[in-house]
Design a protein around this ligand. Sequence first.
Ligand SMILES: [Mn+2]
Length: 337
Amino acid sequence: MNPSSANQSIDQVWQWLDQRRHLLLIAHERPDGDAFASVLGLFLALREAGKEAQAYFSVDSMPARYRPMFSRVGLEPGLCFAPDTPAINGLDGLICLDTANWERADLPSGMSQEMAEISCCNIDHHPDNSAYGQVNWIDETYAATAQMVMAMLQCRGLKISQECTTLLLTGLVADTGGFRFQNTDAKALRTAAAMLDDGADYAAIVDTLYCNEPFNKMRLKAHLLENSVFAFDNRLLYAVMEPAMIEKLGLSPADTEDCIDILRVVAGVQVACIVQPAEDGVRFSLRSRRLPYNVAEMARQLGGGGHPLAAGANMPKVGLKKALQRFMTVLERWFEK
Ligand SMILES: [Mn+2]
């Protein structure tokens, strides 16, 4: 998308917003740093601009690393977590952020029917977004949805509070892996600089995202690395993450989201994989360092999907041994050369 059509879409988002007063903001299931940041950042900005906004997440246990983000919003009225549900009486707009399709939307339970009847504005940077909203601003040239929210606020010339800009920069840092991933471009860095100009607290963000690990999560990472298995000339590195181990360490499944990074960063590894046996099958999380190791294609062959560099698949009704055999057979052809 070229910049002029992106601006056009920002205008359409604002036109839609200007006609609404009571908004609910949501993101996708199993929210990540960008999902929390874009919802909370826009929530704060809209409230600061005098709109009635609510934000909702269906998480009851917050991943430890994101907790400081919520203290930036404090106990603002309208901020809801499951099992609480937001007040929908009088809502006239739903804003879905960072959510590629309606199926992934983190809707309050039992409210999907009512929600569907409310006008929806879809703001996202995922290239496979299905444009399910009445208004859709989808632009994959942004590294994070939080960066899109910043562009919206800048476009209006709104004064952005330090709490808000710190939240938004947290999303941008999270989705670029601390400015290490391939989506780190000049536009992302320029936005980051503008956020710092607005007073974003970068040291606090780095503390939040990278120096805030529960000790037992580090022990889980150590366990995964210690028990990891190389294959295909050391280009694949995988580890099995048993539910019993997570439980023994007192961690929640949400706390394990980025454990795969401990495998991804090993020299020579092109594809990292975490294998999670569950009662109903085996789940594979895949990360690629670069193409042609397209993990979206690998995941599709395994019955899942995702992005070229980050994907996943669920193999139902199968034991760990069988699942691993099938996994190795499917992946073989990417490592033939
Ligand atoms: Mn994102």
